[in-house]
Each structure stands twice: as C-alpha cells, then as structure tokens.
Design a protein. Structure first.
Length: 248
C-alpha cells in the first residue's frame, strides 16, 4: 500500500513538473512573438519566433504540436523558413524535418526548437512554411500553411536614414549661417549668384593687381630717373667746380 502511494505521488509530481515545464517554455520573452496558432482535427500547432533581428545574427523558431485525439499518427512535419536577399530575391534560410512516422499521445505536447541564421544581405520580412501530413485512425489529412515570421531590420537603410538626418541637420545649420552672413537662403540660385559675384570681384582684383604692378614699375622708373638726375647734377657741379682757371 505504501509503495502504491509513493508511485501515485511520483506520478503526480512528474505530471506537475511536466506541466510547469510546458508553461515555462511557452512563455515568450520580450523579443518573441506568436506568429501562427491553429487547431486542426486531432492536433493543434503553435509557432513562436524572434520578433525582430538583424542580419548576421540568429533567429529562433519554436513550434509546439499538441495531440487532441486518440490514434494520431504523423507521417511528417517539416518547417521551412524563407528570406529575401536585398529584400527582393527569395532564398531558403532553413529547412528541418521536425518529426516523421511518429504516433502522438493524447494531450501530450511536443516542442521543437529551430535556429535560423540570417545572412548579412537578407532583410525585411521572412516567412515560414509548414508541411504536415498525418492520420487519425484511417483518415489521412494534409496541410501546408504559410505565414510571416521574424522581421529582419534593414540596417543599411537605417544607416542611410541616419546620414540623411545628419545632412538635413547640417543643411539647416548652414542655411542659418548663410542667412546671418548674406541675408539670403542657402539655395542653388543664391550660391550661383554668390559665385558670379566672386568671379567678378576676382576679375576686378586681377585688374587692380595689374594696375598696381604698372604703378610699381612707374615708381621704380621714377626713382631710377631721379637718382640718375641727382648723379648727373652732382657730377656737373663737381666738374664745374674742378674746372681749372685760365690766366692771361
């Protein structure tokens, strides 16, 4: 009698442990989301997956299949996950045969965990396909549902958007500075006008530099002429002063 009680208690504790483990496993983290839940004759299926991830990392797909009838036999259950290279070209990311030729137990749940690696050139939406074939006694059933799963962030687009935001911020600052300096908006037309004014000033500056060069040459010539004149006058005076006196 004591052994029977111990056996019953052990079974109860085992059932409670399995129930607690199932409920704990079914809880989703903040980054997990239920993407598919469906009741079929004799079975029910639920699929949770990573809500969002980035290229170069792994996404997790969890699937639970619960038997709700007797004499359920699964011929096969396959999960395929597809993504899109550069958000356009469809590619297969993962394909797993979760179970085949398996007889299910009433009210028993089986969990399957899949890891899907996301390549660096894949982003935006992904979707999954289930291929299920099973029988309830002599009734054969087959289902092939498809549904969206993990969203892959387009980090390249995000980087471009951040750069665009920074450029717009810089443009706003430039426009403010431009207005403070020239009292006009920072536009292509205003830049063209300023560029035209710059070239006109550049030409005038070049012309003035030419005139300055001519004035400098004239000034140097005048100095040389003045020095030559002074020397000539001094020489003439000297010669006059040194001229010998005539006696007769």
């Amino acid at each position: 009698m004591k052994k029977l009680k111990n056996s019953v208690m052990t079974c109860v504790l085992l059932i409670l442990a399995l129930t607690f483990a199932r409920s704990t496993t079914a809880q989703k983290s903040n980054n997990m989301q239920t993407f598919f839940s469906k009741n079929y004759p004799g079975i029910s299926i639920e699929v949770n997956a990573t809500k969002e991830t980035v290229p170069g990392e792994n996404a997790t797909v969890n699937l639970w299949i619960n038997c709700t009838a007797v004499c359920v036999h699964v011929d096969y259950l396959t999960l395929k996950v597809h993504g899109f290279r550069h958000g356009q070209e469809k590619i297969l990311l993962n394909s797993e045969h979760l179970t085949e030729n398996n007889s299910l137990i009433l009210s028993h749940t089986i969990q399957f965990n899949c890891t899907v690696f996301i390549p660096n050139d894949v982003w935006d939406a992904t979707y999954a396909e289930l291929h299920l074939k099973y029988a309830i006694v002599d009734l054969t059933l087959e289902y092939n549902p498809s549904f969206s799963v993990t969203v892959i962030r387009n980090i390249y687009l995000e980087e471009l958007e951040n750069k665009l935001e920074n450029l717009n911020r810089t443009l706003g600052q430039l426009n403010q500075t431009f207005w403070e300096c020239f009292k006009m908006n920072f536009t292509a037309e205003s830049l063209a006008n300023l560029n035209q004014t710059y070239w006109e000033l550049e030409q005038k500056c070049s012309s003035l530099q030419g005139n300055i060069s001519e004035l400098e040459n004239t000034r140097q010539a005048a100095i040389i002429l003045a020095i030559t004149t002074v020397i000539f006058v001094a020489t003439t005076i000297y010669m006059v002063m040194r001229k010998p006196k005539q006696y007769w």
